[in-house]
Design a protein around this ligand. Sequence first.
Ligand SMILES: [Fe+2]
Length: 236
Amino acid sequence: MKNTILFRQLLDYETNTYTYIIADADTLEAVIIDPVYEMADRDEKLIKELWLTVKYFLDTHVHADHITGSSELKERLGTGQIWVGEQNKGISHNDLFLKDGEILTVWNIHIKVLETAGHTGWCVSYVIDDMVFTGDLIFVRGSGRTDFQSGSNQKMFYNVRERIFTLPNSTKIYPGHDYNGNMSSTVGEEKLYNPRLKEANNYEDFETIMKNLKLPYPKKLEASLPANMKCGHRCG
Ligand SMILES: [Fe+2]
């Protein structure tokens, strides 16, 4: 029997970050992916209005551009566990560590953890049914940056090609950010049209593009990294 999934895509318009709430529509058990600290009021209100019980707070990586809302929401809601990638050494205030290939369950919803480093040294993507939540690995017609936090062009290229592009073409991609008004894409679309990672590009093409990005330093990096190493615990 197919699950009935409740799905919400939420935007923090200050940092262009997407937060996702996915819940089993019958039992109202939920998972929240990449909550933003400043948006905790919005998220708490929505979760309560929909009568959801959050089982997991999942971040795709240690963010450099915003502080995670995981600890704040966990404290306010009084339920759930914070899980982070097992290779995020030195992190605290999480409940458990995620392993590559692990499957978390929210009632009948299966959340498969894929290790997809590249944007940082340890990032994960989450596969739920025909959706993949890619964090800052691949965006709609773009990708995350690779120039700090042990980012790696090689790992990004490998993980997009071998771990995301091997999913069915119809798989919907839900990114961690978008700066151009897009909300989602599909694996098939990105294989054709992603200017950095499309199948027509080889690794050298990708590396040349990434080396020439000349991106500004993230505004909130100094505040975000130490706070996110504590899962956003008491950072307000
Ligand atoms: Fe990021």
